[in-house]
Ligand binder design. Structure first.
Ligand SMILES: C[S@@+](CC[C@H](N)C(=O)[O-])C[C@H]1O[C@@H](n2cnc3c(N)ncnc32)[C@H](O)[C@@H]1O
Length: 225
């Protein structure tokens, strides 16, 4: 049965409606000066989108929303979250231009504060954003068997940008280490980016369901979705 992103939004998952004003203003200032088309969806997402399963997806720190919109185009019900209302306005306009308004919702929230709903998403994507405090929330927000597609800058960038803030840069192997108990589908440590695709382990309940589906298929009947 399909889950409505709007019902997730309607539920109270925030601790108040506070936001780090400074961060919001800083990012709004950045986005105000960005013009032209949004970037293409991230190549990692394009590469793996056909393998992603489920119905609901979360685009964390979605910016102008190109990755969430791509997931929506590929059949997911999507929630995009970002602190910048300027970026979100651009994302909403793209959703309207692409006739995807029914499939994607956007929420302005500070990911330092926003509490992800638990075990709701089949897919979570994070691109060009690092906030280590959300690793645990990602883990809780994904359903068992859910997919995490993550790519962000790593310490390698310091060679060309020595003043870059290390707090926002991944250490070598950090992502795969953080999610080491999950099923590793793909991992890449590039010169300036680190990427992973991992699947959250199946819970005992869903493992039982998978096994009965498999047995059903072997016996020649459909044991249900
Ligand atoms: C480099 S941009 C990446 C945007 C998008 N994921 C992409 O790949 O194009 C980082 C994004 O993180 C958002 N952001 C920064 N701090 C945030 C916070 N505390 N809560 C929510 N979003 C935040 C910014 O507004 C910005 O849109």
């Amino acid at each position: 049965m399909g889950i409505e992103i709007s019902s997730i939004l309607a539920a109270e998952h925030e601790i108040g409606n506070k936001m780090a004003r400074k961060d919001q203003e800083r990012w709004n200032q950045k986005w105000l000066f960005v013009t032209g088309q949004a970037d293409d969806p991230h190549p990692l997402l394009k590469r793996f989108v056909d393998r992603l399963t489920g119905e609901t997806a979360l685009d964390i720190a979605c910016g102008r929303g190109q990755n969430g919109l791509y997931l929506a185009k590929n059949g997911f019900q999507v929630l995009g979250v970002d602190i910048s209302n300027v970026a979100l306005e651009m994302a909403k306009k793209s959703a309207a231009d692409q006739d995807l308004e029914g499939r994607i919702h956007f929420k302005q929230a500070d990911l330092d504060i926003w509490k992800l709903p638990q075990e709701v998403f089949d897919v979570i994507v994070v691109f060009r954003f690092l906030n280590r405090s959300i690793f645990h929330a990602i883990e809780e927000g994904l359903r068992s068997g859910g997919w995490l597609v993550y790519s962000s800058r790593n310490m390698g960038i310091l060679a060309s940008e020595p003043k870059a803030n290390k707090d926002y840069l991944l250490k070598r192997g950090e992502l795969s280490d953080e999610f080491r108990s999950w099923e590793l589908i793909y991992s890449h440590e590039g010169d300036v980016d680190s990427s992973i695709v991992v699947r959250k382990p199946l819970s005992f309940d869903s493992r039982d369901q998978e096994v009965s589906k498999l047995i059903g298929r072997r016996l020649g009947f459909d044991a249900g979705k």
